[in-house]
Design a protein. Structure first.
Length: 264
């Protein structure tokens, strides 16, 4: 029983974020080599989309080396730690990113940016998207949040941890982004990615270290972007990145860079 109730500071002891980042990139190389190859199916996703398994895999390998099988079970089990989340925090977890995307759409509409002539939002598919993208987000957040966040913020601060992880997160995605989109698109998505990591660490620290919260918000990011009219075909990461950055700056100003959390 005791192995399931270790405090976060004990679970993060001995963990090495640099080793995690290095192993993550090594594991991602086979996927990156085929970044331009599309997967079967209507979504036209590249092979590099399968990199989503790499953060969780890297974390599991390192935790197994550090703590054995019991450590891996504790790490993976944190994906289901929804009982830590206060009811009020489900509001930003579920609705903050859709609100950002809605504001982004309004900004694009009023600024005259290109938008689909016949906008379509797949409302009936959104529940399926939530489940699918939650699972995908959990693979990543087991690594980014479950493994790397606590040791980084214990050494420096919550904001520093978010900026470090957000930067690595953006670099990790950058090759597929730049191969499929313009440099401006990739730069905007990178800005959005770093700002989103600030929001994820904020939610994590205010939900008593819930990896479920981080995974669900991560999933809602993808749901929101894919639900942008016509399956995200006109999603503009520059506009969304600026709005997300403004939200992240407001969060840091209100909650403070040290912990990004309410003081108890």
């Amino acid at each position: 029983m005791a192995e399931n109730v270790k405090p976060r500071e004990c679970m993060s002891a001995g963990r090495s974020p640099p080793a995690f980042f290095l192993l993550l990139f090594v594991l991602s190389v086979p996927f990156l080599l085929f970044s331009g190859t599309p997967l079967p199916g209507p979504a036209n996703l590249p092979v590099s989309a399968l990199m989503l398994v790499c953060p969780g895999l890297a974390a599991a390998i390192l935790v197994f080396r550090e703590e054995g099988g019991g450590g891996v079970r504790r790490l993976v089990g944190r994906v289901a730690d929804f009982r830590k989340i206060g009811a009020a925090w489900y509001l930003p977890i579920l609705f903050l990113m859709p609100a950002i995307i809605l504001i982004s759409y309004g900004a694009a509409l009023f600024s005259g940016r290109p938008l689909p002539a016949d906008p379509f939002v797949p409302y009936l598919l959104i529940p399926a998207f939530v489940l699918l993208f939650f699972v995908a987000g959990a693979f990543e957040e087991v690594g980014w949040t479950g493994y790397a966040t606590d040791p980084l913020q214990e050494r420096w601060s919550a904001l520093s941890a978010a900026l470090i992880i957000g930067t690595v997160w953006a670099i990790w995605h950058f090759i597929p982004w730049i191969l499929q989109n313009s440099p401006v698109w990739a730069a905007g998505q990178s800005l959005s990615t770093v700002a989103l990591r600030v929001l994820i660490v904020w939610l994590y620290n205010n939900t008593r270290g819930s990896v479920f919260a981080a995974s669900l918000f991560h999933g809602m990011v993808n749901v929101s972007e894919f639900s942008f009219p016509n399956y995200g075909s006109h999603y503009d990461p520059v506009v969304t990145g600026v709005i997300t950055l403004a939200v992240a700056v407001a969060v840091v100003a209100v909650w403070g860079p040290a912990t990004l959390a309410c003081r108890s």
